[in-house]
Unconditional design. Structure first.
Length: 86
């Protein structure tokens, strides 16, 4: 079993990036999908079955990180809007 992670941040998207994949049908600035599956095809199939607008053809074009569910490790951390104190 693997964990597949796709993330696309379009916060600073410009016309020069018009050919970039659009991975969801909704308007978004930051999209994140994390799926546990045996293969990438299975992961994309699971996302499609959710009927939440995930565009699997475009997800195939976007690099994804693959983590083995058998290994110990950090999969995702994030700080948003952090204010660094003196």
């Amino acid at each position: 079993m693997n964990i597949y992670v796709w993330r696309q941040n379009k916060t600073y998207h410009s016309h020069s990036m018009i050919e970039e994949p659009c991975i969801n049908n909704e308007f978004y600035l930051d999209a994140l999908a994390i799926v546990a599956a045996n293969t990438i095809d299975e992961a994309l199939e699971v996302l499609a079955k959710e009927n939440k607008g995930w565009r699997t053809d475009d997800l195939r074009e976007l690099p994804c990180k693959v983590y083995s569910a058998d290994e110990v490790g950090v999969i995702f951390t994030e700080l948003r809007g952090a204010i660094h104190h003196l």
